[in-house]
Design a protein around this ligand. Structure first.
Ligand code: SF4
Length: 446
């Protein structure tokens, strides 16, 4: 996961980066940071915690004062849970100073790092992003930063949506597969924004211009935007951005996330109909798909389960014990609505199965006559190597059990998952342009 943002030529660059990170906090809550240029220097503030906990007004008035800024919210996927692994990653090197933010995961991190260590590099963190700094800094053959960046990204493999800040320029780069999103907007008060999700644009008063294309490098210099095609694009955009990660009000890969989720719910109803009295979403993850399911099936939509918003996401909690307790603290049924009813319960995915089991039990205890689970994505069977912190495959219930076994385990009356074909129908796009590897184990990069 993680989010990245870059602001180019705006007098409140760091403040706008802060607001952007705030709007993308859902992509990572572990750490956050912002770098900004000023009088030929780059200053960085980063720490563990939420964006609003880290940044204080004096940071913007005293430190982050330049007209360019880049920022990051971290959700650990590569490296350790430590402040050294927070981004931006800053360095002073032969050509000056630079700072990098990265969303994604590099699959050849160890190979590249071993090679760099053999050549004398010393690392401060476990982050794959630090490799890039070394690849750029140690490339004495190339005279310009732009040439060095091009050489460096040709040596790395995997998922990377990158923003690099120098003292005078900003570079935005997306890997040839375009696993992670990266969009460009024009800020009404001046300059440009590049961000993982377009939900940031609304908050900073920016209008969508276009996506950084897979394999493209966009250079912001002298108030202008220049584009260089670094790689032949071979799109494999992450389908999970639509299912789970991205905020519903964002447009990702050219489509609105909310609308796409509604379409997934419609496809689910066409593919997996069930006789029922009520469609109930698992809040908040299943709401948009449940609306789609209700519209397509004609079954009433009801918010039969309430969510306490003061409890964090269960997916990111490390131990089973904490997760179990959090489900109870987080969700509670509206008994008056569901007692005696046959329910179709919609969720976006099943990870370990424990949350679904608790939900089914809770609904039955509240008097539901039948509980039919319908999942608006295929069964998750594999790990992600491209920037998403999925659990180990042996923790994924669908990697060990058949759909019938999972249904029995979660104590539902029936269970069914949307097919990959159903998802493709919902996104109305070319199947071959998307990565479905955590469902079909067809990994685009070894
Ligand atoms: Fe997305 Fe799954 Fe592919 Fe990872 S493996 S990029 S989560 S679709």
């Amino acid at each position: 996961m993680c989010s990245v943002v870059g602001i180019y030529k705006n007098k409140n660059a760091a403040k706008l980066a802060f607001y952007s990170l705030f709007s993308m906090q859902h992509r990572g809550q572990e750490a956050a940071g912002i770098s900004s240029n000023e009088n030929g220097k780059i200053h960085t503030i980063k720490d563990r915690g939420l964006v609003t906990e880290i940044f204080k007004e004096e940071h913007f008035t005293n430190v982050l004062k330049g007209d360019m800024a880049i920022g990051h919210t971290r959700y650990s996927t590569a490296g350790d849970d430590s402040i050294l692994d927070a981004q931006p990653v800053y360095a002073k090197y032969g050509l000056g100073e630079l700072s990098i933010v990265h969303n994604g995961n590099l699959v050849n991190k160890d190979e590249v790092r071993d090679e760099l260590i053999k050549r004398g590099a010393i690392f401060q963190s476990n982050m794959d992003t630090e490799n890039l700094i070394h690849l750029i800094a140690k490339n004495y053959q190339k005279e310009t930063l732009q040439e060095r960046i091009i050489d460096a990204v040709n040596k790395i493999k995997g998922a990377f949506s990158l923003i690099i800040l120098s003292r005078t320029k900003m570079f935005a780069i997306r890997d040839p597969y375009g696993f992670r999103p990266l969009s460009i907007g024009k800020i009404k008060s001046g300059g440009y924004i590049v961000a993982s999700e377009t939900c940031a644009f609304e908050l900073v008063g920016a209008e969508f211009v276009r996506d950084v294309e897979p394999g493209e490098m966009v250079i912001f210099e002298n108030e202008e935007i220049k584009s260089i095609k670094l790689f032949e694009p071979t799109p494999k955009k992450c389908i999970f951005e639509y299912i789970y990660f991205a905020r519903p009000d964002s447009d990702v890969f050219g489509k609105n996330v909310y609308e796409t989720r509604v379409e997934m719910g419609r496809a689910l109803a066409r593919e997996l109909p069930v006789e029922a009295d009520m469609v109930v979403p698992v809040p908040d993850s299943g709401v948009a798909s449940a609306l789609g399911y209700a519209k397509e099936s004609g079954i009433d939509f009801e918010l039969g389960i309430m969510r306490n918003h003061y409890v964090g996401r269960t997916f990111i909690e490390p131990t089973q014990e904490v997760r179990d307790l959090k489900v109870k603290m987080k969700l509670s049924p509206i008994k008056e609505k569901i007692a005696g009813k046959r329910l179709v319960v919609i969720d976006d995915s099943i990870v370990r199965g424990t949350t679904s089991k608790r939900i089914v039990r809770m609904l039955k205890e509240a008097g539901a006559k039948e509980v039919h689970m319908r999942i608006a994505s295929p069964a998750s069977k594999g790990a992600c190597y491209y920037g998403v912190d999925t659990p180990d495959p042996d923790e994924l219930i669908a990697s060990k059990m058949s759909v019938e076994e999972i249904c029995k385990y979660i104590e539902a009356d029936s269970l069914a998952y949307l097919s990959i074909e159903g998802m493709v129908e919902a996104i109305k796009d070319k199947k071959e342009d998307y990565c479905f590897a955590c469902f079909d184990l067809e990994y685009p990069i070894k």
